[in-house]
Design a protein around this ligand. Structure first.
Ligand code: ZN
Length: 302
C-alpha cells in the first residue's frame, strides 16, 4: 500500500531566520491580587510575534492557576499598546515551530494556504478565544496605538481603559484582507460605524471609541495606570466564582448575538484573502509589508 502523502499534503521546507531582541517578550508580575501581563517589545511598538503570543498564553494560564490572582491587567511597555502582528521585525518568527496550546497541527512545514490557516488558528483565533474566556476578569490598559492585532488583544479583555491619546485602527483592508483575524468589529461597534472603520482604515480616537461603547473609560495619559489599577482593585474585592459566572454568562450572550459565527465566517474569508494575494502574485499581505503599511497609516491618521 502506498503511504506517500497526498499531493496536497507534501511538506514544505522553510527557513526560520528570526532573531529575538529579548527573552522576555511578556513581563509577568502579581501585586495585591492583580496580575499584570506587559507586552515587552517597546522598540517595535509591541508587535506580536509568536514568541509573544505564546508568552501571553502562558501568562494567562499562570494567572488563572494562581489563587492569589483575582484580576488580570494586560498592557504594553513604552509609548504604544500594540502596533499589531509582527510583519517585519527581526524577531518575526512565522516559520518557527512551537509547542502548541491547541489541537491544530504544526503549521511550519505545511503547503499552500494550509500554512497560514493552521498557524493563525493557533496563535490568533484560538488563543484569543481562550483568553476571552479566561475565567478571571481581564482589563486592557491602552495607550497610544492599538492597531489591527492590537485590537484583538484589547477586545478579548472584559474592560478597556484607554488614555486620551489612545487610538484604534484596523487598516488591513489595504492588504485586501477583510479585517484582523479576530473579527469582532461589527460587535464592538455599530455595524455602520464598523464599515466606516474598516473601509477607511482611519484612526478612531479614544473619545469616539468611548462614545461607541468600545472603551469603558478614557482618562488622561498620566492618570491611566492609577485609574486602571483602582478599577482592578475594586473588582478584585468581589468573590471569584461570582465574577467567573458573570463573565461566562455575558460571553455566552456575545455568542448568542453571533460573535462566534461572525468570527468563523470572517476567518474563512480572511484566508481566502491571504490565498488570493498569493494567487495574484502579491503575497499573503497583498504586496504590503511593515514599512509600506506604516507609511500608509500615517496618511490616513484622521
Ligand atoms: Zn492573517
Amino acid at each position: 500500500m502506498n503511504h506517500d502523502p497526498h499531493p496536497a499534503d507534501r511538506p514544505v521546507r522553510r527557513e526560520d531566520s528570526a532573531v529575538y531582541e529579548t527573552d522576555e517578550p511578556v513581563l509577568y508580575e502579581v501585586r495585591a491580587g492583580i496580575a499584570t501581563l506587559t507586552m515587552n517589545r517597546p522598540a517595535f511598538n509591541n508587535a506580536q510575534n509568536s514568541q509573544m503570543t505564546y508568552a501571553l498564553d502562558a501568562g494567562f494560564r499562570r494567572a488563572v492557576d494562581d489563587d492569589a490572582v483575582r484580576v488580570i491587567v494586560l498592557r504594553g511597555a513604552g509609548r504604544h499598546f500594540s502596533a499589531g502582528h509582527d510583519i517585519g521585525t527581526p524577531g518575526r518568527d512565522v516559520n518557527k515551530s512551537f509547542e502548541r496550546t491547541q489541537l491544530w497541527w504544526d503549521h511550519s512545514d505545511k503547503p499552500g494556504a494550509e500554512f497560514h490557516y493552521a498557524r493563525e488558528q493557533e496563535v490568533y483565533l484560538g488563543m484569543c478565544r481562550r483568553w476571552h474566556d479566561a475565567p478571571k476578569p481581564t482589563i486592557a490598559m491602552v495607550q497610544g496605538a492599538c492597531v489591527a492585532g492590537g485590537l484583538m488583544l484589547a477586545w478579548v479583555c472584559d474592560l478597556i481603559i484607554a488614555s486620551d491619546d489612545a487610538f484604534f485602527q484596523d487598516p488591513v483592508l489595504r492588504m485586501g484582507i477583510p479585517g484582523v483575524e479576530y473579527f469582532a468589529h461589527a460587535h464592538e461597534l455599530n455595524p455602520r460605524v464598523a464599515k466606516e472603520f474598516l473601509f477607511l482604515g482611519e484612526r478612531m480616537d479614544a473619545a469616539r471609541a468611548h462614545q461607541m461603547g468600545m472603551v469603558n473609560r478614557v482618562v488622561a495619559r498620566d492618570r491611566l495606570e492609577e485609574e486602571t489599577y483602582a478599577i482592578a482593585d475594586r473588582i478584585a474585592r468581589q468573590p471569584r466564582l461570582g465574577l467567573a459566572l458573570t463573565k461566562q454568562v455575558i460571553n455566552r450572550v456575545l455568542d448568542l448575538q453571533g460573535l462566534r459565527t461572525t468570527m468563523d465566517l470572517a476567518y474563512g474569508y480572511h484566508h481566502l484573502a491571504h490565498a488570493h494575494g498569493q494567487l495574484v502574485g502579491e503575497g499573503h499581505l497583498g504586496g504590503h509589508d511593515a514599512r509600506s503599511m506604516a507609511a500608509a497609516n500615517k496618511g490616513v491618521a484622521s
